[in-house]
Design a protein around this ligand. Structure first.
Ligand code: ATP
Ligand code: MG
Length: 597
């Protein structure tokens, strides 16, 4: 797999680039400072290693408790992209320190999606795929060190007492009665916690910082809790697990991350990040220089939600068919819908990196999709909402109703190397229902009695009327071939028409189920008002129609995308499509329909 090239034209303002460039310049004089032993480890491990060949190290650290969504794509492209651009290496690290919600299924899906987006964690001949649970031994050792140094204590207050004693924005916290225990006593208790001598929730290990700090995150944050849960990697080895805020900085430091990039909500955690790593480095446990945390604004896409909790609710309550429902903003859903990795990368790159949480309009993503597919998607004709058109003078013009008139068209108008597609015209074809109006509105150029239009790549026809059922519904449109007007022949221009109609021969059309998707939510920023986000679901977000496709689509594969002429971009559904029972998803239309709907 090759790393995607960086498109300079997409380079938006990005304060992280400025920071990295500044750091690289400063480190130029300190070449000896950063060693890397080839694998994650403590200070002694790295001290024995060579200078780090990576100029910077970044990481994408998902928690394997759900599927990745478009917001994660931002973080992935940012971290892997910065590493690529500055001669660095980006680690894929599973932040799997919370056993209850994490599963191997998610680990596998996350790896698949990072690779699908075009990134690789293999660099310089080795893999940089790590899991935080491999560091549990070190985290435990570091906790014992903090206890011995008088920087951590075991607190036996109830969760409720702890909550009350933490205070709030206006009120300083109150010290726990257990805060001044001796290191020896704390060590004893902590080992009892580890050895399963106490029930879940009976006590926690806390950092000893400052219960009066204006930053609530520094009011003696919890480091370890007792939780009898089986971990997907470490099984039942542990009954105590580190808290995220404790584990994450340590993971970064063991891996020699230089720039630890996270979203804005972690800004208030940075002082603790620095406190913790500083003390562990002072104690000789972690190598210097230490990683630094930088925060950027989350990416939100209009008309979708990007919170794992809400996405899970949509799946579990059956509002969508699964994590990979083509309306979901998960990467598995977007892949199934037909979005290309290029369009997603370009969209997130174009949005830049700022200190604000940004809402990006969905049309920006569709714009990049069209830009990507316009130049490469093979064309095909499809009649999405069909009605029969009968060419009543067929036998007269061609001698027999059994005659088939061969037609052809380029697979792509600008790419002759893709060749020609062949299909044929017969006495009955499928056309779109909207291409006939018994009584035309002003400016309508397609079929109405007495009007002429062209069957694309075929003949000019003249509409003579329609057939109706007992209820007055139009059941078929009637027209006559105008002889000698076939496209590509000298007579083609003899009759001027304003309307061009796409069609599929009834004798050879491929029946297909086509799924037409609309936005999943009716409001641009679902879940941000007082209303329950579920009440903002668009009940018409999926319409399934029975359509007819030109024969070249019979063998469509689930990784080729097509432009159905005049309708938009489509892909065969990777789950439900088969040659016997074709199923296509609409990815997006040819023009931006979002604003005008
Ligand atoms: P969610 O809030 O949806 O549960 P998360 O942040 O809890 O997502 P993680 O698995 O912890 O999920 O995320 C991995 C990384 O992706 C983190 O560094 C996180 O900051 C980043 N990330 C998650 N959502 C977004 C987003 N909308 N925009 C940018 N980065 C994001
Ligand atoms: Mg998170």
């Amino acid at each position: 797999m090759s790393t995607p090239a960086h498109d300079e034209s997409l380079k938006p303002n990005n304060f992280l680039r400025a920071i990295i460039e500044r750091d690289l310049e400063a480190w130029g004089q300190l070449q000896d400072a950063r060693r890397f032993a080839g694998s994650p480890g403590d200070a002694a491990h790295h001290a024995a290693g060579p200078l780090d060949p990576a100029r910077i190290r970044t990481r994408f650290p998902p928690e394997p408790n759900g599927y990745l969504h478009i917001g994660h794509a931002k973080s992935i492209c940012l971290n892997f992209g910065l590493a690529r651009d500055y001669g660095g290496i980006c680690h894929l690290r599973f932040d799997d320190t919370n056993p209850e919600k994490e599963e191997q299924e998610y680990v596998d899906a996350i790896k698949e999606m990072v690779a699908w987006l075009g990134w690789s964690w293999d660099a310089g001949g080795s893999s940089h795929l790590f899991q935080a649970s491999d560091y549990f031994d070190f985290m435990y050792r570091a906790a014992e060190y903090l206890i011995s140094a008088g920087l951590a204590y075991v607190d036996e207050q109830t969760p409720e007492q702890m909550r009350v004693n933490r205070g709030d924005f206006g009120t300083p916290g109150t010290n726990s009665p257990f805060r001044d225990r001796s290191p020896e006593e704390n060590l004893l208790r902590f080992r009892e916690m580890r050895d399963g001598k106490h029930p879940d929730g009976a006590m926690v290990l806390r950092a000893k910082i400052d219960m009066a700090s204006p930053n609530i995150n520094l009011r003696d944050p919890a480091l370890y809790r007792i939780r009898r849960a089986t971990h997907h990697n470490t099984g039942d080895t542990w009954c105590i697990y580190p808290m995220y805020t404790y584990a994450h900085p340590i993971e970064d430091a063991l891996e020699r991350i230089t720039h630890s990039i996270c979203t804005l909500e972690f800004e208030d955690q940075r002082p603790f990040y620095d406190w913790l790593l500083g003390h562990l480095a002072d104690g000789g446990l972690l190598a210097r220089p230490l990683p630094h945390q930088y925060e950027f604004g989350r990416l939100n896409l209009s008309y979708v939600v990007t919170s794992k909790r809400k996405l899970r609710q949509l799946v579990e309550e059956g509002h969508v068919s699964g994590w990979d429902d083509p309306r979901m903003p998960t990467l598995v859903g977007m892949r199934r819908r037909g979005y290309t990795p290029e369009s997603i990368r370009n969209m997130v790159d174009s949005t830049g990196v700022t200190k604000q949480n940004a809402w990006i309009d969905y049309s920006v993503l569709d714009g990049y999709l069209r830009a990507d597919l316009e130049g490469k998607a093979a064309r095909a004709m499809a009649v999405i909402e069909p009605i029969k058109l009968k060419l009543t003078n067929w036998a007269e013009v061609f001698g027999s109703d059994a005659h088939r008139e061969p037609c052809s068209a380029p697979a792509h108008p600008q790419l002759p190397e893709l060749g020609q597609r062949s299909f044929s015209l017969g006495p009955e074809v499928w056309i779109e229902q909207e291409d006939f109006m018994e009584v035309p509105v002003k400016g309508y150029h397609r079929l109405y009695p007495g009007n002429k239009a062209r069957l694309k790549y075929g003949y000019v026809i003249e509409c003579s009327g329609c057939e109706k059922d007992a209820a007055g519904q139009v059941t078929a449109v009637l027209a006559k071939i105008v002889p000698d007007t076939k496209s590509g022949t000298p007579g083609a221009d003899a009759v001027k028409v304003k309307g061009v109609i796409t069609w599929v021969g009834a004798h050879e059309g491929v029946a297909a189920e086509v799924r037409l998707y609309d936005r999943l939510f009716t409001v641009p920023q679902p879940g941000t008002s007082d209303a329950d986000f579920l009440s903002e679901i668009n009940p018409q977000s999926c319409r399934v129609v029975q359509s007819w496709l030109e024969p070249s689509l019979a063998g469509a594969s689930t990784d080729s995308r097509y432009q159905f002429e005049r309708h938009g971009y489509f892909i065969a559904d990777r789950k439900d499509h088969s040659a016997d029972k074709p199923v296509f998803n609409k990815i997006t239309g040819l023009k931006d329909g979002w604003g005008s709907k």
